[in-house]
Ligand binder design. Sequence first.
Ligand code: NAD
Length: 394
Amino acid sequence: MNTHTIGIILNGATGRIGSQQHLANSLVPIREEGGLEVNGVQIIPDLLLLGRDQEKLAQVAKATNLENWTTDLDAALSDRRYSIYFDAAATHLRADFLHKALAAGKHIYTEKPIAPGVEEGLAILAEADARGLKHSVVEDKLHLPGMLKLGRLMKDGFFGRVTGFKLEFGWWIFNGLERASQRPSWNYREKTGGGLISDMYPHWRYMIEGLLGPIQGVVTLASTIQKKRADETGAPFDVDVEDNAHTLLRLESGVIGSIFNSWGTRLHGEDQLTLQIDGTEGSAVAGLWDCWTQSAKETPVLGTFDLGRNERHSATRDFRGDWEMVSGRGTYKNPYRYGWESFIRHVAGDEAAVSPLGAGIRDVQLSAACLKSASEGRWIEMASILNSPEKKFL
Ligand SMILES: NC(=O)c1ccc[n+]([C@@H]2O[C@H](COP(=O)([O-])OP(=O)(O)OC[C@H]3O[C@@H](n4cnc5c(N)ncnc54)[C@H](O)[C@@H]3O)[C@@H](O)[C@H]2O)c1
């Protein structure tokens, strides 16, 4: 079979998500398996790793058997061997980097959030379209095995009429003072694109709208749980963004649901991320890998609280026992690799993009609406982009 290379500049190659998910779990395996077949041609990614720290870049290159890396963004962008620019660098730099890449004639693929606000996102999209360049945003979570199972139940009509949903995501992020933080310090500073809502809510937008349809409006409360943290050098700093948020949403269908999202909570439930959907014919809860159902027929008849006579009743009901795990653990593609394969097919084979920038702008719109709601203490409508040509992307 014929082979072609496709040149990709990977900015943020040394970062948490760039080095692991995009490089080690996606692009490197595609290369090692001889490329991706597109219209009868094997497309092999030719990668240029881009970052700020030469030593770290050399380490990542060595670990992934790659040769090409640079700290020079302008030189990388002017190199015609690379037709794609991918951005997984820190959030606050993204919009500028994407504009630069488009000006240099590159197709763009980017991590979320694609821009600090809707206006900035629309400007990037307008430039890409004006230049005839292709674009896509990373929207990985719907391709998690548990969420794929939930999506299948939705397609099969398992729920009957959907009546509600509940999305929960949380973990305890150490503050770097007593124990090392699991997230970079820029996540906790406004000026570097920090804050839980702009970082995490883009995911909740495409998950909720992808499974359940358009969001009509939101109301959010947010707070800062850990007010003091230490950065990567051990220097203490004051946190000026939220690390905890609760949102109520109404969909255009009239269904109401909630998001509980915190970087300061301890896990007790099924998984770090769970999405429960309720319907007249049944309910399902999905985590990262698994999904559990309870049909209307299997729903137990529960009475009022039965505390018994003793201080502690010995026969507390096993509520989890009332749920059935959806079968088919099987083999699943890494969700980031799924994104890369789709984007390479989009660029090399002209297949439609799975998540074009319009979807990424709608992701940012949810974050912006929730931040506005939290700061102004009121309900915010989400309709504007839905009425634009971007609707076709949602
Ligand atoms: N899709 C997902 O599930 C997911 C998960 C985590 C992060 N992300 C996104 O990926 C991006 C990177 O997040 P991360 O957690 O990997 O962060 P990180 O801090 O681990 O990595 C960020 C990268 O950007 C570079 N960088 C940082 N500050 C820079 C600066 N001032 N100038 C140039 N380069 C700079 C770093 O060198 C590093 O390579 C963020 O936009 C984040 O929202 C997405």
